[in-house]
Design a binder for this molecule. Structure first.
Ligand code: AP5
Length: 212
């Protein structure tokens, strides 16, 4: 572990279970979950995300590196992140990974582990398309694997429509062909099977963090 806490990255395609696992691991380790997707959706909800970026997300593309790097720079420097953090969905490109190294190095910090959750395409598709979020609580449900309570006011993410999920999976595949080897070369990457129950996957993640 580098000075002052545990710094983790979760990488994985849409629907791999990054957010689900990140929440559980962060509760267990007492570190903040920092999701660029959540931050961008919050900015959109507050009317603070420029229209071209709203459109980019709705189409399943990536927002520009400099936008997410600026968000991460500020958020990882906050008081609650001094004891470590888990980055969920960042970095997604090699320039983002390089920028992260630079900003951490400037604070005398470094990454401890990068966990890649691997799930086959047909299951990813089902997990993303049937995901629903409770508008009031933000709780994430799945119509098949984690049904919402009766009467919940649910939201279907615009980028969870079938055609957009396909684009997001392709975007991920194009981007990870460089990002995963980048972290493999640094000896930081652990590839884990993301198929199974939520509890089974959590046990794999905790096992990898113990043995890395
Ligand atoms: P983001 O919000 O990061 O989306 P994503 O990476 O596509 O990931 P998802 O949220 O779809 O899936 P997840 O892996 O978290 O799965 P979850 O745990 O919810 O990014 C959205 C957009 O923002 C991007 O497309 C891009 O435009 C932009 N963006 C974000 N970061 C960026 C960056 N760094 N650079 C540039 N652009 C960026 O699980 C999915 C469902 O499956 C849930 O319903 C859950 O209940 C269920 N589930 C989970 N695990 C299991 C299990 N083991 N068994 C059964 N069901 C399960």
């Amino acid at each position: 572990m580098s000075s002052g806490g545990l710094r983790l990255v979760f990488v994985g395609p849409p629907g791999a279970g990054k957010g689900t696992q990140a929440k559980l691991i962060c509760e267990k380790w007492g570190i903040p979950q920092i999701s660029t997707g959540d931050m961008l959706r919050a900015a959109k909800k507050a009317g603070k995300l420029p229209a071209d970026l709203v459109e980019k997300m709705a189409q399943g593309g990536l927002v520009p590196d400099e936008v997410v790097i600026a968000l991460i720079d500020e958020r990882t420097n906050a008081e609650d992140a001094k004891r470590g953090f888990l980055l969920d969905g960042f970095p997604r490109t090699v320039p983002q990974a390089d920028a992260l190294d630079t900003l951490l190095a400037g604070r005398g910090q470094k990454l401890d582990h990068v966990i890649a959750l691997e799930v086959p395409g047909d299951l990813l598709f089902e997990r993303a398309v049937l995901r629903r979020t409770d508008k009031l609580t933000g709780q994430i449900y799945h119509l098949k694997y984690k049904p919402p309570p009766a009467g919940a006011d649910l939201e279907h993410r615009p980028d969870d429509q079938e055609d957009v999920v396909k684009t997001r999976i392709s975007t991920y595949e194009a981007m990870t062909s460089e990002l995963l080897p980048h972290y493999e070369k640094k000896g930081l990457l652990r590839r884990l099977n993301g198929v199974g129950t939520v509890e089974e996957v959590t046990a794999r993640v905790l096992g990898a963090l113990k043995t890395s």
